[in-house]
Design a binder for this molecule. Structure first.
Ligand code: SF4
Length: 248
């Protein structure tokens, strides 16, 4: 998932306590983003911890399950409240937000404070996805590889859970997009063809291909898949909405 802007100074202390959400492990906070929730100005909470080990992960600091640090949920909530009237939404990103049970009370608190909710997930926990969807207005869902080929990209056999999660998401009616990070070492044209035909069968309508960034935020060009205009136009024709996102 995307880079976390660690802005500990942006969050101020508050006497208010959202006790049930206090255990949320937060690795970063971005107070204003125009790119994490389509059409909304959103704050982004980067949850700490991820069960995947994507070979291209540009933000490996968010992978370890560390205890809650100096950036607490109550501080982040106070920082969000200060921006009421400017912010439309709050996005839970990661890491993997659905790896933490505390994300449910945290999302409930954010909703109670009057914000729409977005979620970025790789679908590693179908039960948690099902539990959070009633709170969420939009989901950005990462499909990392063909479902039977997750290990080569993520280091974990997480494809069956990702497939189950996507089935739940499609059925829920919550608006969403699916995106795949193009990592030419493992994800090229043939893998993208396998992914897109699976997505079509499952009823996915919005899809994006995005270039990877490697550790150090170095751009990893999408290679022949993204440079082939005919291939891209054939992929676009399979979906109602399609986008290629180049890393700047
Ligand atoms: S899902 Fe992959 S890219 Fe995103 S934080 Fe986890 S290991 Fe990194």
């Amino acid at each position: 998932m995307k880079n976390a802007l660690i802005s500990r100074n942006a969050a101020s202390s508050s006497p208010r306590r959202e006790t049930s959400a206090c255990g949320l492990r937060i690795g970063g906070f971005e107070p204003f983003s125009t790119v994490d929730y389509p059409g909304r100005l959103a704050a982004v909470i980067f949850c700490q911890g991820c069960p995947l080990r994507c070979g291209y992960c540009h933000n490996p600091d968010l992978i370890p399950v560390r205890p809650t640090g100096s950036l607490s949920f109550e501080d982040v909530l106070s920082a969000i409240d200060l921006r009421k009237g400017f912010l439309d939404a709050v996005v839970f990103s990661g890491g993997e937000p659905l790896a933490q049970g505390a994300v449910i009370p945290a999302m409930t608190a954010i909703r109670r404070h009057g914000f729409e909710l977005g979620l970025h997930t790789a679908g590693t926990n179908p039960a948690m996805l099902e539990a959070t969807l009633p709170l969420v207005s939009w989901v950005g869902f990462d499909v990392k590889a063909p479902f039977d080929g997750y290990h080569g990209v993520t280091g974990v056999d997480a494809g069956a859970k990702a497939r189950r999660s996507l089935e739940i998401l499609v059925k829920s009616g919550v608006p969403f997009e699916v995106r795949t990070t193009v990592w030419p070492e493992r994800i090229g044209k043939s893998e993208i063809c396998m992914i897109t035909s699976m997505l079509r069968e499952m009823g996915v309508r919005r899809y994006a291909l995005q270039e990877a960034r490697t550790p150090g935020r170095k751009r990893c060009p999408g290679g022949e898949a993204l440079d082939d205009a005919a291939f891209i136009s054939g992929t676009a024709a399979m979906f109602e909405e399609f986008e290629v996102r180049r890393a700047s």
